[in-house]
Design a protein around this ligand. Structure first.
Ligand code: NAP
Length: 442
């Protein structure tokens, strides 16, 4: 019998567990999916924006527990351990003013509106009139969209009352999303980009002359399909902007404006201890090799809220090797490598394996590769574990696993709470509330 622990119940953990079972390569296999939180699904619950309900419906049965044990301890209990722990922190810009009040990593804003229990103390009041989002990936698009959405649309989501109230009272009128390279090099995907154009009472503004600085915008022939589609959407908006309502008078203007800007590299966040007031960008120009060079010209974009959306980063895992340059665990087809040699019984999948790229579905082939490596190693791994009952062994090791019925109780409590508020399910936003709900019925 092969007993496997999958650490982390986000998309990569769930796909790994599924692949281990579905491949049917080992007749007797037990897979335990363990999570640090009392709730499963990782970024599906705490990263996918609340207004993307269809993507969230991927949620399915997994068992949630609470590891936090070292590799060696886990290997006493399980024959193999797969780390699917994602990329838990954000990248830094390394520019002056980055840490001023009012300048936040976008991941903090996401954790706040997603009700991540580790962000229970985080508050955004959204008194800003103008918000600057640095970066042009899908997380940037998510936070821009959440800043532009109205309360009526968000009330239908599972967002807790705090963020819902703050977004309802938001005074934000202008949201700037700023890329350091050209429109053909933006990282967002087309469906997500296009959605910005369908937000009620919101105008998308692009500058045709700025887009045209990108040679691939003028001649998109050689571009990859996604970039070509993105460019086509931006071109459509540029044409609207050119014919736009500028002379139609203020009454014809939308309540909110999303400005997409390119070829602007962040140089400094301006402000003081009372808050940010602008971001200073250096204008860039294409260098002909896919990068950009500075031009020495600067532009300040006013904003009282700055969200830095420049990517996630993996964090070192106790007992595992770590590559600081990439923020990932070195591996070969999912087998963790220490000094170039496989660490027996230890595997990785998802963002901690390949870095924070790709959409949720990208995790499926990534997880399958890792599961296949593990299953190929099965003859060397099976029956190594000494504990009879892994959940009891976890408890003996000082863990307090919340078992599956505990999670179902949390779901029930969230449904009841939302019902009481006259809404659908509403997430419990803090550890105490989640654990109390799990214990009440779990
Ligand atoms: P991302 O796709 O890597 O985008 C990061 C952005 O930050 C890029 O525009 C990048 O520009 C920019 N950037 C990086 N360093 C910078 C710097 N020093 N100064 C200025 N800009 C900088 O990361 P993400 O948006 O965090 O998304 C992570 C992954 O999750 C992606 O694979 C994304 O597709 C996925 N995701 C998907 C969805 C969805 O499917 N709806 C939603 C959210 C996230 P350069 O290209 O110039 O480096």
């Amino acid at each position: 019998m092969l007993r496997v622990a999958v650490i982390g119940s986000g998309p990569s953990g769930v796909y790994t567990a599924q692949s281990l079972i579905e491949q049917q390569a080992v007749p007797d296999i037990e897979v335990y999916v363990l999570d640090r939180l009392p709730c499963p699904y990782g970024l599906v619950r705490y990263g996918v924006a609340p207004d993307h309900e269809k993507i969230k419906s991927l949620q399915n049965n997994v068992e949630a527990g609470a590891p936090g044990l070292g590799v060696e301890e886990l290997r006493e209990i399980f024959d193999a351990v797969v780390f699917c722990v994602g990329a838990a922190t954000d990248r830094h810009l390394g520019i002056p003013g980055e840490e001023l009040p009012g300048s936040h990593p976008a991941t903090e804003f996401v954790a706040w509106y997603s009700a991540h229990p580790d962000a229970a103390a985080v508050r955004f009041t959204l008194a800003a009139r103008s918000a600057v989002v640095i970066g042009v990936g899908n997380v940037a698009v998510d936070v821009v969209r959440m800043l532009a959405r109205g309360a009526a649309e968000l009330a239908a989501t599972d967002m807790p009352q705090g963020p819902l109230g703050a977004l309802a009272d938001s005074r934000v009128e202008d949201v700037w999303m700023v890329g350091r390279r050209g429109p053909s090099q933006a990282k967002f995907t087309t469906k997500e980009l296009r959605e910005l154009g369908s937000l009620p009472d919101t105008e998308v503004c692009v500058r045709p002359e700025e887009l045209a600085l990108d040679p691939a915008y003028r001649d998109p022939g050689e571009l990859p399909a996604v970039a070509r589609r993105n460019v086509a959407v931006l071109r459509g908006w540029a044409e609207q902007t050119a014919a736009g309502p500028a002379d139609a008078g203020p009454a014809a203007r939308a309540r909110r404006r999303i400005h997409l800007r390119f070829f602007l590299r962040p140089a400094e966040v301006l402000g003081d201890a009372s808050g940010v007031r602008a971001v200073r960008f250096e204008r860039t120009a294409p260098d002909g090799r896919g990068g950009v060079t500075g031009t020495g010209e600067f532009e300040d974009i006013q904003g009282q809220l700055v969200l830095r959306s420049v990517g996630y980063r993996g964090t070192p895992q106790p007992g595992l090797p770590f590559d600081e340059a990439t923020g990932t665990v070195p591996h070969l087809a999912g087998r963790v490598l220490r000094d170039g040699a496989p660490l027996p019984g230890v595997y990785v999948a998802g963002w901690i394996k390949r870095g924070p790229t790709g959409v949720i579905g990208t995790n499926r082939p990534c997880a399958k590769e890792t599961a296949s490596s593990l299953l190929a190693d099965a003859p060397m791994l099976a029956e190594r574990h000494t504990a009879d009952d892994p959940v009891a062994a976890l408890a003996r090791a000082g863990q307090r696993p919340v078992p599956w019925p505990g999670w179902l109780a949390i779901e029930a409590a969230e449904a009841a709470w939302g019902h009481g508020l006259g809404r659908g399910t509403v997430k419990l936003p803090d550890w105490a509330g989640l654990l109390a709900a799990a214990q009440a019925n779990g």
